[in-house]
Design a protein around this ligand. Structure first.
Ligand code: ATP
Ligand code: MG
Length: 432
């Protein structure tokens, strides 16, 4: 035998029946996005590397060490598997002048790629669902996006998801804070770890995000960006909070919340749970009013979030919530191959009437397989009914319908004969 091939480390197959949970989640997202009038956008998985370098910032975890970048062998182009999709959406919005007639509300779903150490809730190919509102400056859109995410948690039955909120202000305010922060960190140089020393002058804000326990006490006392915010930034932040308060959405202000990409300003937020260990952030986002211009578009404000599908599904599982795994309504038992062509026409009629039927397929050179083995397969399929296309009944234009679940008392007796020409008539019984 040839050597077995396996998937790339950190990249997972999503198989049935688990894939049903993914479809269930995606279905909920689609209808909710429709209710909030967000429209679907689909952009390529591969983008020019420069998009992410320019968009995310050079001194970010993603650009420094997590991107799958490669050179196109045929034309030498520098390409990258998208590590996130805000930059791609902005590129598309600019490329197609989508903001020409006003703001756009968009959402996407799909795989992202980051070369990280695989562990629970952290993969190299993972999936995000994201919502972006582009061309809107007002705090009400920040709030709308948070309400949308909150509505999604409710729709999915998630409990104990905490909202953390912060404001990063505007670039000028950050510059002043940055100077104060660098001075403070320099004064505490002996407590800094290597990573922090390296980032001291390139991206000191990110040091606040460090999880190193030895630095926590020192970081608690560091100058807070919030105290450098001017009136306009504070007013924006207050409006977001007022709307959330009016909706009874609770949140915690986390002055150390800075997010991993450089493109954020003003509002940033994360939805966090304690139930997933250290990979507890299920969704993160914020305002990115300067990204569109940075990617070559006409300056326009924007705000958005992205959630991690694997983490959300894991949380649903962790909280013991069950998702219906689909089973066919009926399983077609076909004792003799001679009735197969005609039986298939009945199955097609049933499917047109909305009944899902699994056809028995066990054919080998000598026929369809024994009744016993066919019934075993019918049971295993999870179907509620078996349709038995017996030769004699079929010759008289009938098919036997036998319940497979529920009726414990003599299910054999529960068997009925149905006239084939009335397939649509008994379809609703099979479906209900
Ligand atoms: P983390 O701090 O956990 O690395 P992040 O700040 O890098 O997260 P974002 O770039 O904000 O994450 O992505 C939004 C969401 O996507 C995260 O909140 C998380 O749920 C999910 N996510 C990010 N990276 C991964 C990954 N490698 N595997 C699975 N999910 C991920
Ligand atoms: Mg990360």
């Amino acid at each position: 035998m040839a050597e077995k091939l396996t998937a790339v480390k950190g990249m997972n197959d999503i198989l049935p029946p688990d894939s049903a949970r993914w479809e269930w989640l995606e279905g909920k997202v689609r209808s909710l996005m429709g209710l909030y009038a967000y429209r679907n956008i689909r952009t390529p998985i591969v983008e020019p590397t420069s998009l992410f370098v320019r968009g995310l910032g050079e001194v970010t975890d993603i650009v420094e060490k997590e991107m799958y970048s490669f050179e196109d062998r045929l034309n030498g182009e520098a390409l990258t598997l998208r590590p996130e999709n805000t930059a791609g959406v902005v590129r598309a919005v600019v490329e197609h002048s989508m903001l020409y007639e006003g703001g756009k509300r968009l959402y996407y779903m799909g795989p992202m790629f980051r070369h990280e150490r695989p562990q629970r809730g952290r993969y190299r190919q993972f999936h995000q669902i994201g919502a972006e509102a582009l061309g809107f400056a007002g705090a009400e859109v920040d709030a709308e996006l948070i309400l949308l995410a909150d509505a999604l948690w409710k729709e999915l039955g998630l409990k104990d998801v905490r909202l953390e909120l912060n404001s990063l202000g505007q670039p000028e305010e950050r510059k002043q804070h940055r100077a104060a922060l660098i001075a403070y960190l320099e004064a505490n140089n002996e407590v800094l770890d290597d990573e922090a020393r390296r980032r001291l002058h390139s991206n000191p804000l990110r040091i606040l995000d460090s999880k190193n326990p030895l630095m926590q006490a020192m970081l608690e006392q560091a100058p807070k960006l919030m105290s450098f915010l001017g009136a306009a930034s504070l007013a924006h932040f207050n409006r977001v909070k007022d709307i959330l308060d009016a909706h009874g959405i609770s949140y915690r202000i986390n002055p150390r919340l800075v997010r991993g990409m450089d493109y954020y300003n003003l509002t940033v937020f994360e939805f966090v749970t304690e139930s997933l260990g250290s990979q507890g952030t299920i969704c993160g986002g914020g305002r990115y009013d300067y990204l569109i211009e940075q990617i070559g578009g006409k300056a326009a404000p924007a705000v958005g979030w992205a959630l991690g599908v694997e983490r959300v599904l894991e949380l649903i599982r962790e909280q013991g919530q069950t998702v219906d795994i689909p089973a066919p309504d009926a399983y077609a038992v076909i004792p003799d191959a001679q009735t197969l062509p005609a039986a298939l026409r009945v199955l097609t009629a049933l499917r047109s009437a909305g009944v899902s039927v699994q056809m028995h397929a066990g054919a080998n050179a000598d026929g369809m397989g024994s009744m016993k083995s066919q019934f075993k397969k019918a049971d295993g399929s999870g179907a509620r009914f078996a349709l038995i296309f017996g030769v004699d009944e079929f010759a008289q234009g009938c098919v036997a319908v036998k319940p497979l679940r529920g009726s414990k008392t003599g299910s054999a007796e529960a068997q009925t004969l149905q006239r084939l020409d009335d397939a649509a008539g008994w379809a609703h019984v099979l479906r209900s």
